[in-house]
Design a protein around this ligand. Structure first.
Ligand SMILES: *[C@@H]1O[C@H](CO)[C@@H](O)[C@H](O)[C@H]1NC(C)=O
Ligand SMILES: *[C@@H]1O[C@H](CO)[C@@H](O)[C@H](O)[C@H]1NC(C)=O
Ligand SMILES: *[C@@H]1O[C@H](CO)[C@@H](O)[C@H](O)[C@H]1NC(C)=O
Ligand SMILES: *[C@@H]1O[C@H](CO)[C@@H](O)[C@H](O)[C@H]1NC(C)=O
Length: 386
């Protein structure tokens, strides 16, 4: 991002009609000073929840107050007006304070508030009200954050109903009963260990629920690491990691898709009633907008914060007792979670809650809705140049 700055500068300076506003993604906040040279307004866009934004912008205060590693704190981290953050939920870059990445992260939070005219955050009032209120109205937090915060979400891709025509997953789903299928996917970057894949397979099998599973080869240099290069040059595909006879035993109850699936279309299919997700923000929003409750299986970074919000505050997801990155999740626990999501009382309650949340998202985006209003305020702010 540092190296991209010259390119951005030249691109803007080469324009005959220059834009009035620069909006930089959170990782390119270093480009913000370029806007000054061209007398542009400058904003940061944060594609995260408000609790993550509050933590990032308040971090330099915690950095002075807290001694030792955050993960070792007995007390949760307190951010004015926000729900306290458990040490184990902090983003990866906060795990090791001696690492240079950590210092860059602290600095990034400071830069959001000192180099910009405001911060756009991809969330909405009813999803994230405690942290959003704190960012907007808590005097102590406001004195640290300094610039206005605009909740303009949820921004997601629009599902193209014709885009998945002829897709065999959708055709398979068409034949299943309403809300009977759990969709399992760890996103484009998420992979599990070979052992964890096997446990997950057992868990799904034992739950006796219908499933669609986007399966990627295991991560890491496990004993199966040589798998891709050994023997013939034909890749065997991830199916070889499943327990013996799994496909036969689950038969027509399950569908395994290698690597990639049209996620939004699947989630919006009426046969899908649950989503086992790694808690990336796009996945969470796609699930909420489809009215589908979740099993939260965070893999890295801010996903742990995401998972806590979904389970503890919004109650639209269940999650394993121990963080999956800390300890393997066993087949019994997986079976229990899947059953409770798909056919238990808990699942029913979560399904009702997530449907309300879906409505609230649609309201937020409508004329005079909360996100609509924030967007109007942002535009007004852009016009007050000077
Ligand atoms: C949720 O997880 C995604 C993927 O790691 C991350 O980009 C996003 O910032 C997280 N949301 C939060 C905690 O705001
Ligand atoms: C923060 O801003 C300063 C001043 O523009 C810049 O030198 C520094 O690289 C930025 N750091 C981060 C992490 O964004
Ligand atoms: C699995 O099913 C196939 C096709 O029905 C059959 O040929 C094979 O013997 C079965 N394998 C096991 C281990 O049951
Ligand atoms: C939105 O709010 C404005 C100002 O209160 C009002 O004049 C307008 O009728 C509202 N529009 C809708 C569609 O509710």
């Amino acid at each position: 991002m540092r190296e991209a700055r010259n390119g951005i500068w030249s691109a803007i300076s080469g324009m005959t009609c220059r834009p009035h506003v620069l909006v930089a993604d959170l990782f390119s906040s270093e480009s913000l000073p370029i806007a000054d040279e061209f007398h542009m307004r400058k904003y940061v866009y944060v594609p995260c929840l408000a609790c993550f934004l509050a933590l990032t912008t308040y971090l330099h205060v915690l950095d002075k107050e807290v001694r030792g590693q955050y993960v070792d704190q007995m007390e949760p981290l307190r951010i004015p007006g926000c729900v306290p953050v458990q040490g184990q939920d902090v983003p990866d870059r906060m795990l090791d304070r001696d690492n240079r990445q950590y210092n860059e992260y602290v600095r990034m939070g400071i830069n959001f508030t000192t180099l910009s005219n405001g911060i756009l955050v991809n969330t909405w009032r009813d999803l994230d009200s405690a942290s959003l209120d704190a960012l907007k109205y808590n005097e102590i937090l406001k004195s640290v954050v300094k610039v206005p915060v605009y909740d303009i979400g949820p921004l997601t891709r629009v599902v193209d109903p014709t885009g998945s025509e002829g897709n065999n997953v959708i055709e398979w789903l068409d034949m299943q009963p309403v809300e009977s299928v759990i969709f399992v996917s760890f996103g484009s970057g998420g992979t599990l260990s070979a052992e964890q894949i096997a446990e997950l397979a057992w868990g799904l099998e034992l739950s006796q629920q219908k499933f669609v599973w986007v399966l990627r080869p295991p991560a890491g240099n496990t004993k199966d690491g040589a798998f891709f290069t050994s023997g013939s040059s034909v890749p065997c595909g991830p199916l070889d990691f499943l327990p013996e006879g799994f496909m036969n035993r689950t038969g027509t109850r399950g569908l395994i898709i290698p690597l990639w699936a049209p996620q939004a279309s699947i989630l919006n299919h009426e046969s899908v009633g649950g989503f086992l997700t790694h808690c990336g923000l796009n996945s969470i929003y796609e699930s909420i907008l489809a009215g589908v409750p979740m099993i939260a299986w965070p893999l890295y970074a801010e996903q742990r914060l995401n998972a806590t919000l979904l389970t503890d505050e919004l109650q639209v997801a269940v999650r394993p007792a121990v963080l999956p990155v800390v300890e393997e999740v066993g087949r019994e626990e997986i079976q229990k979670m899947v059953r409770s999501l798909m056919e238990g009382e808990e699942g029913k309650m979560m399904r009702e809650k997530v449907k309300l949340l879906k409505e609230s998202a649609n309201h937020a985006l409508m004329v005079n809705g909360s996100s609509y209003k924030s967007m109007c305020e942002f535009i007004t702010g852009c016009q007050n140049n000077g």
